[in-house]
Design a protein around this ligand. Structure first.
Ligand SMILES: [Zn+2]
Ligand SMILES: [Zn+2]
Length: 241
């Protein structure tokens, strides 16, 4: 499957069962996440399809340090020299290439099966050196401004990334978009994961890109509000009190 435009300046690059996203700047490209291992050709193909060259990929920002998001990173960095960014809590597992922290399946029978099937914490990958630790709340001066929001729960070092110029939110695995907005396959902490889902409701965005499932080009924040916002009845009761 080839890359697809989501909004002006952002393309989704399928990397196995996980997505990476390519953001086009005037002179440089930024990649969000690096998919499963051995998928680097998809990224280089996408870059060439845009009429660019791999050495224009300057930044590789990770939403978190799981095998399906860092898998092809070492190969991509080798060919491009891209600078790498990650939240401090996931840097050591990424720089050692695993093992990864265990996940408890998200509620429901489907997630229990999926989690066992696709998540293998004992996996070892080619290590990836991280050049810069992400700081919660900072706005990276990359591609016109990318805000870092710490969203632990699925993974302690997970961040969501808000690309300001295109008002597009990259959620990592805070949630998926498979049969609608839904839980990731598992959590390190369900409670923190729920808090992170609610945190995204407070952000202002139009488009959303997920680690898994189809991206949304318009009206994404309304879907998030409906799914994770405070129940309307609860709001009424609060304002009546
Ligand atoms: Zn994950
Ligand atoms: Zn994932």
């Amino acid at each position: 499957m080839a890359m697809k435009r989501v909004i002006k300046g952002v393309h989704v690059v399928p990397m196995g069962m996980a997505n990476a996203y390519l953001i086009e700047g005037e002179n440089e490209l930024t990649l969000i996440d690096a998919g499963y291992p051995n998928r680097e050709a998809a990224v280089f193909g996408a870059i060439r399809e845009l009429g660019r060259s791999p050495d224009q990929l300057k930044h590789l920002i990770f939403t978190h340090g799981h095998p399906d998001h860092i898998g092809s990173a070492a190969a991509i960095v080798r060919q491009t020299g891209a600078r790498t960014y990650m939240h401090p809590l996931d840097i050591s597992i990424t720089e050692s290439g695993g093992p990864f922290r265990p996940l408890t399946p998200a509620p429901g029978p489907l997630r229990r099966v999926l989690c066992k099937l696709v998540y293998h914490p004992d996996k070892h990958l080619e290590p990836v050196a991280i050049n810069q630790a992400l700081i919660a709340g900072e706005t990276l001066p990359i591609a016109g401004g990318i805000e870092v929001i710490h969203t632990p729960g699925h993974c302690a070092g997970q961040v969501a990334l808000l690309w300001r110029p295109g008002r597009m939110l990259f959620t990592g695995d805070v949630c998926m978009n498979i049969m609608g907005l839904s839980d990731p396959i598992g959590f390190e902490s369900l409670e923190e994961g729920r808090a992170s889902q609610r945190k995204l409701v407070s952000l202002s965005f139009d488009a959303a890109g997920f680690g898994h499932g189809a991206p949304i080009a318009h009206g994404a924040s309304t879907l998030f509000r409906n799914k994770y916002g405070r129940h309307p009845q609860e709001v009424q009761q609060r304002s009546a009190a």
